[in-house]
Design a protein around this ligand. Structure first.
Ligand SMILES: Cc1ncc(COP(=O)(O)O)c(C=O)c1O
Length: 368
């Protein structure tokens, strides 16, 4: 048996007729950049997430950069974030000419630890950037309280958490600006790159819409140096077909996670995902903490099971961030997680038979 980490063939098979029809509509107008389907998707997303404004752009990375540019950061300004995340979370802070400041994670949820955030605040701090890692929201009550107390903006990197909720409110709709990624492997993936900014603020909405077209308004007049970062119309058309199915897909992922919990809780060498009481998680990844992680990964790959390490080296130890002056041991919980995490298949179309095969192989490995 083969169990891929993600099976896009299975996901797309029932959708292709509808997607082709949606593409045909775009071909009728050849309106490829910011066509009417882009605004239609933005409206669909505003409703789905309960957020006033959704602004499509070219990727999740650009969504973060646009969000940071909208805050008008100055060189030397600091943005506090987690080191246990995808590179773009911190690279965009650097690109926005600010300084990434890393705070350690909660070792159970892998999300930013609010107490560590508070300790990292200085007079130069302008924003906090929590990441809703693996589809579980960070502790937004605590983060919003800290931000309120110190007058800071909050940018939610929600690339992995579309449809996840904290206390019943959609992740990405809580902070000053939220961001989404439509990278093909995300829970709502495009057929290429795509991203979105989310905000409740009319003022930030106007700024983000301007920043995604080179900061121009009116045409050929530039108040800011923005980006060329539009969501293209074909991607929006495909995403509009997929969005109504997202809640069903998330529920299927949650059911798969429940199945793993039911059948793997007794394996002493692994820790299953810890989900906070206030979080509704959508399992962009199902991530174990494992003894002898590299050995287990090799065994699973040998058995034809897709698995991956998100992320093997925390960002404070990446070569490009050496100038920030961090060293090994500075953020021990992130460093420990990086050595033990392993993500296994949890995609919506996974069958019980496939999960049984994954579980059996994990058991076999530790039995020796
Ligand atoms: C946490 C996080 N932030 C940002 C991004 C960047 O998104 P994109 O690949 O769409 O640029 C990703 C995507 O992998 C991500 O997982």
């Amino acid at each position: 048996m083969k169990v891929p980490l993600l099976d896009l063939h299975a996901q797309y098979a029932p959708l292709m007729d509808d997607i082709r029809a949606a593409f045909e509509k775009v071909f009728e107008t050849h309106y490829y950049i910011l066509g009417p389907q882009v605004r239609a998707l933005e409206e669909q997303m505003e409703q789905f997430l309960g957020v006033k404004h959704a602004i499509g752009c070219a990727s999740g990375t650009d969504a973060l950069l646009l969000a940071l540019l909208a805050l008008n950061l100055q060189p030397g300004d600091e943005v506090i974030t987690t080191p246990f995340t995808f590179f773009a979370t911190a690279s965009t802070i650097h690109r926005a000419k600010a300084r990434p400041v890393f705070a350690d994670i909660d070792p159970h949820t892998f999300n930013l630890d609010p107490a560590a955030v508070e300790k990292a605040i200085t007079p130069r701090t302008r924003a906090i950037m929590p990441v809703h890692l693996f589809g579980q929201p960070a502790d937004m009550d605590a983060i919003m309280a800290i931000a309120g107390k110190h007058g800071l903006a909050v940018i939610e990197d929600n690339a992995q958490g579309i449809g996840a909720k904290w206390n019943g409110v959609c992740a990405g709709a809580i902070g000053t600006i939220g961001t989404l990624s439509f990278f093909p492997s995300k829970n709502l993936g495009a057929m290429g790159d795509g991203g979105m900014c989310l905000t409740q603020s009319d003022e930030l909405d106007a700024a983000l819409r301007q920043l995604r077209v080179h900061g121009e308004n009116p045409k050929y007049f530039h108040k800011w140096v923005g980006l060329n970062s539009r969501l293209d119309t074909l991607q929006a058309a495909a995403l509009s077909v997929k969005l109504p199915r997202l809640t069903g897909w998330s529920e299927a992922r949650r059911a798969n996670a429940a199945y793993y919990r039911q059948h793997m809780s007794d394996i002493p060498q692994i820790k299953l995902p810890f989900i906070h009481d206030k979080a509704y998680t959508i399992y962009n990844q199902y991530t174990l903490l494992c003894e002898d992680r590299d050995g287990l990964m090799k065994h699973l790959q040998g058995a034809g099971i897709g698995c991956a390490i998100y992320y093997p080296l925390p960002l404070h130890l990446q070569e490009c961030f050496a100038y920030l002056g961090y060293k090994e041991g500075d953020l021990p919980r992130s460093e420990a997680a990086a050595k033990q995490v392993l993500s296994i298949p949890v995609f919506s179309e996974l069958t019980h038979e496939q999960m049984d095969y994954v579980i059996q192989n994990i058991r076999d490995y530790y039995r020796g």
